[in-house]
Design a protein around this ligand. Structure first.
Ligand code: HEM
Length: 555
């Protein structure tokens, strides 16, 4: 158990065991037990301001605080829910030297993300995201302030907003078509690994919209591309606390455990890769300029890099849009959710890394839940096939008509939010919430996973039943705090529209083109529905299913 804790805290979800830190922690624990002294079960009163109180929380050990309590379930969002059941929806815990507010009810989330949005709109300067964001020059990791506001405006108006989103529609439709053809080609050979193929799809979409290139030509062999592996490793490195975040007085811990070297190596790799993506587009743009010297319009906004390079020529933006900022923005622009202790990571590194993994996780969870609920699968397929009305694919115009599928997505995000604890925020000033005072500098995690399974809001919360949303007007766009898979407020996900479009398009076409069965041997016990050990919300086992190409739909 202790071994796994260290993996979660120190290495991301798949990192190697941090033996040195483990030994240190255990020694500290042993010392503590040896010199055991009685403690109170609640937190001391805050001294700043003097009349205020901190929210309640579990008793903490010296130095490590409540780190050991994350061992309870191996999954931080589960462990935190268990603690919140005891200490309340506003709970204060300590991880090493880091102070953390954990929010576990819709009402408390509304207080933090809406009522006091401004006070909680910072992000913590954690070691690993700091490096991969070129010193917080991306959007997801930027401290709240003028630079953040400018970056967010720029990203929304030029990269993720309506016009650009619409112009990239052919990329999404094209890539989903390639995925479907790849699955059809492989289907005669038995079950396919849908997890891998979905990740490949979203990596291809990401790379095409960002820099105009693909990761794999075939839709099923991304795995053999070294870039794919690099993205996965960076995705695991970025989220999560480094040891030096938890024990700032022991910065050497990161060196001793090898984390510093891993971060630096992967940072160099990713920097080289991003330089290449920019160079290629820069060269193409220069060539275009030479050919169009007669004065025709030189604008080429066919991908994010080109848009940013064009904007860089604007004298008003030249100083702001440095090369490092361009790299930071494109690395981090997607989703999905960087998960520091539970954030999906997708989003801590804006575009390249996060988006693919979170989209992949949503597709695989939706498909897995539908496989376990044949009535829901039947309903979803009937709807998709009716809407297709004889066409051999669903396009983005059709998506609005897929009402049941939208319920399926809501129910999937309720049970399996891609960032179970959202991306951590940081409190910018002392703030009074729910009768307590949260001191400036406190990190904040909103446990959306716990809110999604709280019987106070949901009948039979553990049951996958998309129909529950037929009766309640609950949306996922940040207004209903019982369902906030994209967060809410000033730091809410800016990639929701492109994220949802690619997900729905992929899912609809998978349901249209294929009938799905469990592989032999699984019919009896069903799929493994456990989450992977770690901080993100991936499935523990890859989703392997047997597709059969469906016949044409009636016109
Ligand atoms: C299923 C898809 C996605 C989900 C579930 C998702 C979820 C989230 C969540 C929960 C946050 C944190 C919100 C908060 O702190 O309140 C976030 C932030 C963010 N997301 Fe996404 N996201 C998705 C897709 C995308 C895509 C496709 C992009 C970009 C192309 C993107 C870019 C970002 C960025 C840049 C942030 C940081 C915003 C900031 O700090 O101001 N996301 N996302």
């Amino acid at each position: 158990m202790a071994t796994k804790l260290v993996e979660v805290i120190g290495q991301g979800s798949t990192g190697s065991v941090d033996l040195y830190l483990l030994c240190s922690l255990l020694s500290l624990l042993a010392l503590y037990v040896f010199f055991l002294r009685p403690r109170t079960s609640t937190w001391k009163k805050s001294t700043s301001p003097s009349t205020s109180t901190l929210p309640p929380g579990p008793p903490r050990l010296p130095i490590i605080g409540n780190l050991h309590q994350f061992l309870v379930d191996h999954l931080p969002h589960r462990s935190l829910r268990r603690l919140s059941d005891r200490y309340g929806p506003l709970m204060y815990v300590q991880l090493g030297a880091a102070r953390l507010l954990v929010v576990s009810s819709a009402e408390a989330a509304q207080q933090v993300l809406r009522t006091h949005d401004l006070a909680f709109s910072d992000r913590p300067p954690l070691r690993s995201p700091l490096r991969f964001s070129y010193g917080r020059r991306n959007l997801a990791g930027a401290p709240y302030g003028e630079e953040f506001t400018q970056t967010r405006k720029l990203v929304m108006s030029t990269l993720l907003g309506g016009k650009k989103h619409a112009s990239l529609r052919p990329v999404r439709e094209d890539e989903v078509g390639i995925l479907v053809s790849a699955i059809a080609r492989l289907s005669s050979g038995g079950p396919v690994n849908l997890t891998e193929m979905a990740l490949c799809l979203f990596n291809n979409i990401n790379r095409r919209v960002i820099s105009g290139r693909r990761l794999s030509d075939y839709g099923d062999v991304c795995k053999s591309n070294p870039l794919h592996q690099m993205f996965l490793e960076v995705n695991d490195l970025i989220p999560g606390f480094s040891n030096s975040d938890l024990f700032p007085s022991m910065p050497w811990l990161d060196v001793l455990t090898g984390r510093h070297a891993r971060i630096e190596k992967r940072f160099r790799d990713i920097d080289r890769f991003l330089e290449g993506e920019i160079d290629v587009n820069e060269a193409d743009t220069d060539n275009d300029e030479m050919m169009d010297a007669d004065g025709t319009d030189l604008e080429d906004d066919s991908n994010y890099v080109r848009t940013l390079l064009r904007l860089q020529k604007d004298p008003k933006l030249r100083l702001f849009l440095t090369r490092d900022r361009i790299k930071a923005i494109i690395l981090a622009s997607t989703s999905q959710i960087a998960r520091t202790l539970g954030l999906d990571t997708a989003c801590m590194q804006d575009m390249f890394i996060g988006g693919a993994q979170s989209s992949m996780a949503s597709v695989e969870w939706a498909m897995a839940e539908l496989m376990m609920k044949p009535e829901a699968m039947k309903k979803a397929q009937e709807e998709v096939r009716r809407v297709a009305g004889g066409k051999d694919r669903i396009d983005e115009d059709d998506l609005q008509k897929l009402e049941y599928m939208k319920l399926v997505m809501k129910e999937t995000w309720r049970l399996h939010p891609t960032g179970p604890l959202l991306i951590p925020r940081q409190c910018r000033e002392d703030c009074d919430v729910g009768g307590y005072t949260v001191p400036a500098g406190t990190l904040v995690h909103v446990n959306v996973w716990a809110i999604g399974r709280d019987p106070a809001y949901w009948r039979d919360p553990e049951v996958f039943r998309p129909e529950r949303f037929e009766d309640v007007a609950v949306d996922y766009r940040g207004q209903n705090f019982v369902l906030i898979p994209f967060g809410s407020g000033r730091r809410m996900c800016p990639g929701m529209a492109p994220g949802v479009a690619r997900l729905e398009l992929a899912l609809a076409n998978l349901l249209l083109k294929f009938n799905w069965e469990l592989p032999a041997g699984l019919e009896k016990h069903g799929l493994d529905m456990e989450e992977a050990f770690g901080i993100s919300n991936r499935r523990r086992s890859p989703l392997v299913l047997k597709p059969t190409v469906a016949g044409p739909t009636p016109p």
